[in-house]
Ligand binder design. Structure first.
Ligand code: BTN
Length: 265
């Protein structure tokens, strides 16, 4: 697999010698954190054929069955305070739309904040984790973990996910997982170059891809449920929602989950 991925990257690609492949791992994000703490350089990429403890947002698990998806984490070391990286997950999400479009021939949408969707079903997700150096207040490392379902049939998903989850092949693409992984790596590298200097461009692209905008949504925060309409995404990736009681609220991805009024999207 690693050989095929490398074959899809241009000669001289700067992160080429920093890609590590695991047949099976607990979680590429968990391992990336350990490597980052040991000093792994900017651009280190971990890819797994299978994860036994794949992690999703808000403490959820991410189903990562063997050789059916791309499970990938990248370690970045942008030298800035964390406040300058509020848009990181949005930028990564746009990069993943670019990667899928390049590898599979169609562009997925983004369900705020970081789910890739096609045909109203989830194709993949992103989990971003940040560590800040206490002495400088600057980012020590950021880990962006991405899982994209590639070859699952509907029956491969657990029954409770079958109405909500899809894969590239179920969406009609004939896929090569190595080509998908390489497209993801190239897109992450382009994103990294633009990250701190082209924030406006990245967020405009995010708003274009975000299918949540204009939708009636349910905002779930713990036991609380709020109904409203998604109006916009602010420059930090917060979702601005007009609630039914007339209040306008900006919600951030770490605290709430947003559903469509009539289902997952
Ligand atoms: C979500 O949908 O809530 C986020 C899912 C993120 C899954 C990816 S797979 C690679 C990386 N390793 C993990 O344990 N999680 C991320």
């Amino acid at each position: 697999m690693l050989k095929s991925i490398l074959a899809h990257l241009p000669a001289g690609f700067p992160w080429k010698d920093r890609i590590v492949y695991f047949d099976t791992i607990d979680s590429t994000n968990t391992r990336a954190k350990a490597l980052a703490q040991e000093g792994a350089p900017h651009g280190t990429i971990l890819i797994a054929g299978q994860q036994t403890a794949g992690r999703g947002r808000l403490g959820r698990t991410f189903q990562s069955p063997g050789n059916m998806g791309v499970y990938l984490s990248v370690i970045l070391r942008p030298e800035c305070p964390p406040e300058q990286l509020m848009h990181l997950t949005c930028a990564a999400a746009v990069a993943m739309c670019d990667a899928v479009e390049e590898a599979a021939g169609f562009r997925p949408g983004l369900k705020w904040t970081n789910d890739l969707v096609v045909g109203k079903k989830k194709l993949g997700g992103i989990l971003t984790e940040l560590s800040v150096a206490p002495h400088t207040g600057l980012v020590l490392y950021a880990i962006i973990g991405i899982g994209i379902n590639c070859s699952q049939t509907p029956a491969d998903f657990p029954p409770e996910l079958q109405d909500m989850a899809t894969s590239l092949s179920a969406a009609g693409a004939s896929i090569d997982r190595a080509a998908v992984a390489a497209a993801m790596i190239r897109a992450l590298h382009r994103m990294d170059i633009a990250l701190l200097t082209k924030k406006d461009m990245l967020m405009d692209a995010y708003r274009t891809d975000c299918i949540t905008l204009g939708q009636d949504v349910v905002v779930l925060r713990g036991e609380e449920t709020h109904y409203g309409k998604a109006l916009s995404v602010d420059d930090d990736g917060g979702l601005v929602v007009a609630l039914r009681d007339g209040e306008t609220k900006t919600v951030t991805s770490g605290e709430v989950s947003v559903r469509g009024m009539y289902g997952y999207v």
